[in-house]
Design a protein around this ligand. Structure first.
Ligand code: ADP
Length: 332
């Protein structure tokens, strides 16, 4: 007995199944491709935004920032960090531009004086006395130029990040005593009582630069004092720091000026200070020097009563190895 059954319906069923599976596979593939493309473009978009913003900043548009978008994602956080870095770079750039403008402005004045004096005096024959007067005005302007250029050079050296110099042991009390002795005639001339209480204060660093800090603070305390006022200078070791404190009974500093007095070219009474030939760089240099020694400088002041400037530098001791770098600490 031969029994037969047509397999055509089964084959047709199998073909349908194969077609269906093929269609499904194509659908899944297409879906996969579309999904992959969507995910990839979504992932790349922030990177594109970052590189576009970086390109604009590199081209000089310092105000450009990256759209941080989703701050919870890794790329969002990266964008935030980059924006904060660009902010800091922008501020540093603006400070530098301001500094250059201020420096040029300050340098221009004595140059203009020298030019005006020489052009006027050479316009016709003069009496010997007139030549002398003009030359003296030129000498004053040239001295001011020298003071400014030396100050700018000191700041540039402190800023440059030059390799650290080998620190020497420095007796802060001794360099301060020398500064006080140098400035005593000026104090006497202005009827100011200059009192020094100098206990041993050993630290490490650059003696000439620390002497410059002491001289600057004492000179300011005399200059911004009243006739018959007092200046007291103190050195000691306190809480592991060599301390130099300079107190005066002078004009004091207005609360609005206090946050700015360590800025370059800042003068509370700018027009008067400029007329007196004061540059507004002394405290900025003092701060840069103190910070290059790993120290701090602070001021307390009340208008009309006086000011106290306090410098703290890590004291030299067995447990405190010397530390001195020519460049200020990062962010300082
Ligand atoms: P300047 O050459 O103008 O004295 P500084 O950098 O030494 O520059 O000081 C900056 C400003 O801080 C001064 O113009 C002055 O207004 C203020 N100042 C500094 N020291 C004193 C002080 N002992 N008493 C009052 N004001 C001071």
């Amino acid at each position: 007995i031969v029994v037969g059954r047509s397999v055509a319906p089964d084959l047709a069923e199998l073909r349908r199944l194969a077609l269906w599976l093929g269609a499904c596979a194509a659908g899944v593939l297409a879906l996969g491709l579309a999904g992959g493309w969507w995910v990839a473009t979504r992932a790349i978009r922030p990177i594109d935004a970052i590189s576009a913003a970086a390109q604009k900043i590199a081209a000089g548009d310092l105000a450009e920032r990256i759209d941080a978008g989703d701050t919870g994602s890794e790329l969002g956080r990266l964008a935030q960090v980059l924006n904060a870095t660009f902010d800091r770079l922008g501020e540093a750039f603006a400070r530098q531009a301001q500094f250059t403008a201020d420096a040029s402005h300050e340098l221009r004045t004595p140059v203009a004086v020298i030019l005006a004096q020489t052009e006027t005096i050479l316009a016709r024959e003069r009496q010997p006395g007139e030549y002398r007067e003009a030359l003296e005005a030129c000498r004053r302007a040239a001295r001011r130029l020298r003071h400014l250029t030396e100050s700018l050079l000191t700041l540039a050296r402190l800023d440059s990040g030059a390799p650290a110099e080998r620190p020497d042991p420095v007796a802060l009390d001794r360099v301060t005593a020398e500064a006080v002795d140098l400035l005593r005639p000026l104090a006497t001339e202005r009827s100011i009582c200059l009192d020094a209480d100098l206990a041993a204060a050993p630290c490490a660093g650059h003696a000439d630069r620390l002497a410059q800090v002491a001289a600057n603070l004492v000179a300011n305390a005399i200059h911004y004092n009243r006739p018959g006022g007092e200046v007291s200078v103190r050195t000691a070791v306190e809480d592991g720091a060599a301390v130099l404190a300079v107190r005066d009974t002078g004009t004091g500093i207005a609360a609005a000026d206090l946050p700015h007095i360590f800025e370059r070219f800042y003068r509370a009474d700018a027009s008067r200070a400029r007329a007196e030939g004061r540059s507004g760089l002394g405290l900025a240099i003092a701060k840069a020097i103190v910070e290059s020694h790993g120290g701090t400088i602070a001021v307390e002041s009340r208008e009309g009563e006086g000011s106290t400037f306090t410098v703290r530098i890590p004291a030299l001791s067995a447990g405190n190895p010397p530390r001195y770098s020519a460049a200020p600490p990062p962010g300082g």
